[in-house]
Design a binder for this molecule. Sequence first.
Ligand SMILES: C[S@@+](CC[C@H](N)C(=O)[O-])C[C@H]1O[C@@H](n2cnc3c(N)ncnc32)[C@H](O)[C@@H]1O
Length: 234
Amino acid sequence: MSRSRAGPSRLIHGRRHGKKLRPGRRALIERLLPELRVVVPQRGALDARALFDPPVSEVWLEVGFGAGEHLAAQARVHPDIGMIGCEPFVNGVASLLATVAAEDLRNVRVLDDDARPLLEALPEAAIGRLFVLFPDPWPKRRHHKRRFVNRANLDACARILRDGGELRIATDHDEHCRWILDHLRRHDAFEWLARRPGDWRARPDDWPATRYEAKARAQGRQPVYLRYRRVPRG
Ligand SMILES: C[S@@+](CC[C@H](N)C(=O)[O-])C[C@H]1O[C@@H](n2cnc3c(N)ncnc32)[C@H](O)[C@@H]1O
């Protein structure tokens, strides 16, 4: 019997709910989310491009978009790109939906759940860029197994990224940064694009800031911005 893709949702360790939603935000969850929601098939592949109308030239994916500032900014400047965002935290989803509605962004789709079943359902080389911005660092050693960057998830990311596609990861946590660098260094499918310190210390112009990043800077932490290229398949 094949394993159900709904299974891993139970393993989400972060919050799903925050403060009670205001009526306007609640209405967006009830009315707009069903229109934009990505439904992961229990079996078989999900055609990512088919989610978008008008058609898009490529699909990019953001895992854990928080309040969606980065995702919305990318959607705004790249109307030809289909942006899929995954975020189980309902208040964050509602924030993104508020921006999507206010700006009438047509190229955004949302999975309000764990990203991992979606990674599994997407076909090989379906994604042009993958963003994992400030993944939860889970600093305690016994919680390291909860970190999104691990061998299994990197294998999944490598499979769904097209040749030459990009994986972007940000973190403000020193030990988590070493963990990420180490896992990516040991993965043959990824090549770090940094040549000099400025390449990872400065946020590239085409990498919009997030709320989490603003908080990190306000508290005196210096984020790093890691860009990896998906090495072309042999
Ligand atoms: C530290 S926050 C960063 C949010 C946002 N990227 C930012 O920079 O403001 C990490 C986010 O990842 C989300 N997250 C954690 N595990 C996830 C998973 N398996 N799939 C999708 N999102 C996840 C959490 O709900 C949380 O909102």
